[in-house]
Design a protein. Structure first.
Length: 195
């Protein structure tokens, strides 16, 4: 039975969205095609009408997640304060506690290195994010913005990964706060505070 093109496209997007979420939550090896299809409300059978293999889905879902992350970063480029807020939101307890809805870099960096099919999509995402941070972040030193972007992004991703890994809530919060304070300090007030 043939489905209308719009319905097929909607199912394809559902599969990508659920796969991206589940992979960020459980890792590439931690979730099966059957679990992904169940999460979409579809049976396992039609999977191969959409993707040639789980590896193809992993790569496509990485690009899908990248698209959403890049859109969120684009929205944050409106102002220097919006960029600082982006960093504060990234290095937050809310992000730490919701890997399925968070950054694929922090969730999947360790897994991506073991998945050759995913590495090109992961690399594309990383270079895209670095380019946006290099161009739009309000760097105090303009000499080496790309180098500073690499350092900042590495600290942000590492902070979230470490904050998720420890079993000490206070330490987890401390890690996030240190990175947020370092890279997105509160902007000084533009007017004198009331007396």
């Amino acid at each position: 039975m043939r489905y209308p093109a719009a319905e097929t496209a909607e199912k394809h997007q559902r599969i990508l969205t659920e796969a991206a979420r589940l992979f960020r939550e459980q890792g590439f090896d931690g979730v099966s095609v059957g679990q992904i299809m169940q999460a979409t409300g579809l049976t396992h059978g039609p999977f191969y009408n959409h993707f040639a293999s789980k590896q193809a889905l992993m790569a496509a879902s990485t690009l899908h997640g990248s698209e959403h992350s890049r859109a969120a970063l684009d929205a944050a480029t409106a102002s220097p304060e919006a960029m600082r807020q982006y960093v504060r939101d990234y290095a937050s307890a809310a992000h730490r506690d919701a890997p399925g809805n968070g950054c694929l870099l922090a969730a999947l960096a360790g897994d991506a290195r073991k998945q050759p099919a995913v590495r090109p999509a992961f690399t594309f995402h990383l270079t895209s994010i670095l380019a946006k941070l290099t161009t739009h972040f309000p760097w105090q030193k303009k000499r080496k913005p790309r180098q500073e972007a690499i350092v900042m992004l590495s600290a942000m991703v590492g902070a979230v990964a470490l904050a998720r890994a420890v079993d000490d809530a206070a330490l987890s919060d401390e890690i996030l706060a240190a990175v947020s304070t370092k890279f997105a300090p509160m902007a000084p007030p533009t007017t004198a505070p009331p007396a």
